[in-house]
Ligand binder design. Structure first.
Ligand SMILES: NC(=O)c1ccc[n+]([C@@H]2O[C@H](COP(=O)([O-])OP(=O)(O)OC[C@H]3O[C@@H](n4cnc5c(N)ncnc54)[C@H](OP(=O)(O)O)[C@@H]3O)[C@@H](O)[C@H]2O)c1
Length: 302
């Protein structure tokens, strides 16, 4: 029989880039009992499947990493409310929120900095209390579907949204890791020009998972940002990285983001990034600077 203090946590999306990393730390917690259904076992776009899983596993917490996360493939679906981006991100999140509400389950939903436009009229970095973009024409389709997902989740009293962006982890996994990809493309001779005028923050997965544990344990509601304590640009970050790992060949190609955005107007927030100071205060934590995150990447993942 489960100990009285044990948390029963159902986690979606554990085969994905972020979920598969977080699961290692979460599984190490003696007071957590985890169940991680695959999308075939619990398709979140199917409310009956979610309800059946909840009846079977009786979780007190659901942690939602599941998403259609590829912004390029999502963009092709713009306006399509039957497409996978809409179905997984909007309908899936809504199903989870509704079932959690009925069964009084705490819901932690992972979201993105791309719910903000980063446009001239409303520049970032954005704080937890800033209202996300309300016009789908100012966001990527991915960003818009994640924005609507947040709305569905946050209407639950017993739920929180955790926004992240430009994610990196202390394990070599170059194709999806924000920092790892820069080094990997460079080493394989496939670097493309990076933006020198885009503001970004980074999310370091160990800080994300530690924050999630605190939020789950204390049942904290509202919106949280797990992001570096300061802002950088892709070029500044790449130069710092490469001057440490490849000091003999420190050549980064640069481009203005406006050149790219003229063809893909909403693909990236130009003046984006997440302020995380309120989250740090509420959790009693100090998140790393972007330089410290790159240092950790160099130490553990190269
Ligand atoms: N990666 C980033 O840089 C980044 C940045 C900001 C925010 N985020 C957010 O972080 C979260 C995790 O992202 P990620 O990069 O780990 O994504 P990912 O690698 O693309 O993984 C997505 C996960 O969702 C699952 N999934 C897809 N459709 C599903 C369905 N219908 N029912 C249940 N599960 C389903 C997938 O399972 P199958 O493999 O079985 O399909 C997979 O495990 C997402 O909410 C994303 O929006 C990510």
């Amino acid at each position: 029989m489960a100990a009285k203090s044990e948390r029963r946590i159902l986690i979606t999306g554990t085969s994905g880039f972020i979920g598969s990393t977080c699961i290692h730390t979460l599984a190490g917690r003696k007071d957590y009992s985890l169940v991680c259904p695959s999308s075939a076992q619990m398709d979140i776009t199917n409310k009956h499947a979610v309800e059946d899983a909840v009846k079977q596993y009786r979780p007190d917490t659901i942690l939602n990493f599941a998403a259609h996360r590829n912004a390029n493939t999502a963009e092709i679906q713009r306006g399509d409310e039957e497409g996978s981006a809409w179905m997984i991100n909007v309908v899936g999140a809504k199903n989870l929120a509704e079932v959690c509400n009925i069964y009084r389950i705490y819901l932690l939903h992972v979201s993105t900095d791309m719910v903000f436009s980063g446009k001239e009229t409303r520049k970032g970095p954005y704080s937890e209390s800033d209202t996300p973009e309300n016009d789908p024409n100012n966001l990527s389709w991915y960003g818009w579907t994640k924005r609507l997902a947040e709305q569905a989740v946050i209407s639950n009293e017993n739920a929180c949204v955790v926004r992240i962006g430009n994610v990196t982890k202390p394990i070599y996994d170059p194709s999806l890791d924000y920092i790892g990809k820069i080094q990997w493309l460079y080493d394989t001779g496939n670097s493309y020009p990076l933006f020198h005028d885009q503001n970004i923050t980074l999310t370091y997965i160990p800080e994300l998972v530690d924050s999630m544990i605190q939020l789950i344990d204390a049942r904290m509601s509202g919106v949280y940002h797990v992001a570096s304590d300061n802002v950088t640009t892709p070029v500044e970050l790449a130069k710092y990285l490469m001057s440490n790992v490849r000091p003999d060949r420190n050549k980064i190609k640069e481009v203005r983001i406006d050149e790219y955005l003229s063809a893909h107007p909403n693909r990236y927030p130009k003046d984006g990034g997440l302020k995380s100071q309120n989250t740090q205060k509420k959790l009693g934590k100090k998140f790393r600077s972007w330089q410290m995150i790159v240092d950790c990447f160099i130490k553990y993942a190269t």
